[in-house]
Ligand binder design. Sequence first.
Ligand code: M2E
Length: 240
Amino acid sequence: MSTLIPKHIAIIMDGNNRYAKAQGLKTGQGHVVGKDALDPIVEHCLQAGVDVLTVFAFSSENWQRPEAEVELLMRLLSATIYEQMPRMDKYQICLRFIGDRSGLDKDLQQLMADAEAKTAHFTNMTLVIAVSYGGQWDMVNASRQLARQVELGSLQVADIDEQSFGQFVQLGDLPAVDMLIRTGGEYRISNFLLWQTAYAELFFTETLWPEFRPVELQGMMDEFGRRQRRFGKTSEQIET
Ligand code: M2E
């Protein structure tokens, strides 16, 4: 039986602040260490043949964090995009951003658009960074676009179904999420990809994000394969 590789993995990278506290670092320094934990995970997904990796870098709710932490995260986001571009080029990875960009600094919006344009033609893997993203914002945004199409007469209400709705949520052109992983010991979806994870296998680990390594990710991918082979069968079928 060939090993089943997930097409789309999504990760809620949680635990940066707890890591910083445990290491006696200043708050926010955990985000700096957390940033560097992503590279080995990206490379592991690339080598394993994963098509899409989506990571939750900054949620709609993160705007409520202390101003200094939000500013640090925004600066870190810009710095990381600059830093990552040579790697995207080297590994031919398409970089995309999802979320409500309207609240972001104009320079950052331009940097994101440039990075997407420069990597749009790469086909080895797609790395999606969720910035100022919320699953509920996503679904409301999709609903607004559908309502506008109905108002314009280019869509009938009767034509709104899961298929047409699914085209208007973020990443509607990409495979649905197969594996949703959350590090840091919390067991919540926290308004991440709500529509896109409808059928995702859920994986939680106590490991804090800065300490999350490819070996643990591979263990989850192996478990994903085992779960898929059981998918839809009765327990009797499994036993025989
Ligand atoms: C990331 C952003 O907590 C976030 C701080 C910024 C870096 N980060 C974690 C990301 O997820 C942009 C790119 Cl191009 C890659 C990773």
